[in-house]
Design a protein around this ligand. Structure first.
Ligand code: PLP
Length: 435
């Protein structure tokens, strides 16, 4: 495939936008090379500036569970637009979307809309601190919760509990001094940490399925154990469901695992591809938020009518019969076919899934998924990069980073899966010939 227009756009973009992109992963830094610029999405496909066509498994990093440009969402946005793009006063659609979410999500009694996942997690932590009058928070290495200062902490690695190391330039030691970073899937470490700091910890925030370090699935009993430990120490449990919400199951990870977090955060799917976020949970906690309570949080465009309309249209669509069962079945079959391809040609990668999220771990001869960030990082990221480019050439778009996951949408159907498996077989053969 040729990318002359993409390359020209990249040059132009670099003059006015840092790195030419508005979110770093789009720059292809994770795989090397120059980014491809996209123009249009339709169903399972993306089309780039040079009119190259790809079966897309990025799905806008998760929001597009119905695929690109689904007619129900486009129509809902069109209709909402007729009355203006933002009214700035309270509107009925906000109640409608909130009512639907409260009805579907087992652990959400009240909800507040914001504009991004970052805002949602940042606000949830503020509420947790305001509610408990405690300052420390616990997060897990490799989990991403957006780019709020207190959540951009670094880990010292090797399963060491880490306190107060900034994970980005510009984040002060002060901003992360109350952030404790632990290894994912290690309950003993949580217990030790709670024993030491328990009475000063406001909340534990976790991706109930970690989907920002590749795909890491919680071990049996891990999330239940976290719930019990949090209860014991009076610590709030926050599920960051920005990815898992309405993806893992209709009721998100909280329904899938039957665990009630005290607070949950959302984004992505509930905006149908428009900018949105939300945090919700127990009423007694949410009632601490202004104007009812002392925790301040606000937003000019929060509850934007277009985003609400898009979200309502998506939540309508997922009500169709066997929606999640079919997505999960399709994804499991795809993963199985991909593993057959990998096994037939050198076993250099392993595919696995949960519901409609799948991971490709370039760890030779792996037979089980990675359990934490350290294991994820033991993979061969150069092979992932080679696979990524070989697949692009075959018309299949994975994320341009080994630390992201792949998403299957409702628009991905039998022929797309067949073509994807053929593309992988060609790509892998091509790579094997060059090893
Ligand atoms: N939480 C999780 C689990 C995410 O995956 C992301 C983004 O990918 C965020 C929070 C931040 O969301 P946003 O990019 O909308 O700020």
């Amino acid at each position: 495939m040729l990318y002359p227009k993409s390359h020209l756009l990249y040059e132009r973009a670099c003059k006015v936008i840092p790195g030419g992109v508005n979110s770093p992963v789009r720059s292809f830094n994770g795989v090397g090379g120059k980014p491809v610029f996209m123009v249009r999405g339709e169903g399972a496909y993306l089309f780039d500036a040079d009119n190259n066509q790809y079966i897309d498994y990025v799905c806008s990093w998760g929001p597009l569970i119905l695929g690109h440009a689904p007619s129900v969402v486009i129509a809902a946005i069109d209709e909402a637009t007729q009355n203006g793009t933002s009214l700035g006063w309270a509107t009925e659609r906000e109640i409608e979307l909130a009512e639907r979410m409260v009805k579907i999500l087992p652990a959400v009694e009240k909800i507040r809309f914001v504009n991004s996942g970052t805002e949602a997690t940042m606000s949830a932590l503020r509420v947790a601190r305001g509610y408990t009058n405690r300052e420390k928070i616990v997060k897990f290495s490799g989990c991403y919760h957006g780019h709020a200062d207190s959540l951009l902490s670094a880990s010292a690695g090797s399963g060491v509990a880490t306190l107060g190391i900034p994970g980005s330039a510009g984040v002060t030691i002060g901003a992360v001094k109350d952030t404790i970073t632990l290894a994912y899937n290690d309950l003993d470490q949580v217990e030790d940490t709670f024993r030491q700091y328990g009475e000063t910890i406001a909340a534990v925030i976790i991706e109930p399925i970690a989907a920002n370090m590749g795909l890491v699935i919680p071990l049996p009993g891990y999330l239940q154990g976290l719930r019990q430990l949090c209860d014991h120490y009076g610590i709030l449990l926050i599920f960051d469901e920005v990815i898992t919400g309405f993806r893992l199951a209709k009721g998100g990870a909280q329904a899938y695992f039957n665990i009630k977090p005290d607070l949950s955060t959302f984004g992505k799917i509930i905006g149908g591809g428009l900018p949105v976020g939300a945090y919700g949970g127990r009423s007694d906690i949410l009632d601490k938020v202004a104007p009812l309570g002392p925790v301040y949080q606000a937003g000019t465009l929060s509850g934007n009518p277009l985003a609400m309309a898009a979200g309502i249209a998506v939540l309508d669509a997922i009500e169709q019969k066997d929606f999640y069962e079919n997505l999960a079945k399709n994804t499991a079959e795809l993963v199985n076919d991909l593993n057959n391809v990998f096994q037939a040609s050198g076993n250099f990668a392993y595919a696995y899934n949960i519901a409609s999220i799948f991971g490709i771990w370039c760890k030779p001869y792996a037979k089980t998924p990675p359990r934490n960030y350290e294991e994820v990082r033991s993979a061969n990221s150069k092979w992932y990069a080679n696979l990524f480019f070989a697949l692009l050439e075959q018309g299949v778009a994975l994320a341009p980073s080994a630390f992201e996951v792949a998403f299957v949408s409702f628009a991905h159907q039998t022929q797309h899966f067949k073509n994807t498996v053929i593309a992988f077989a060609n790509a892998v053969t091509d790579l094997s010939n060059h090893v």
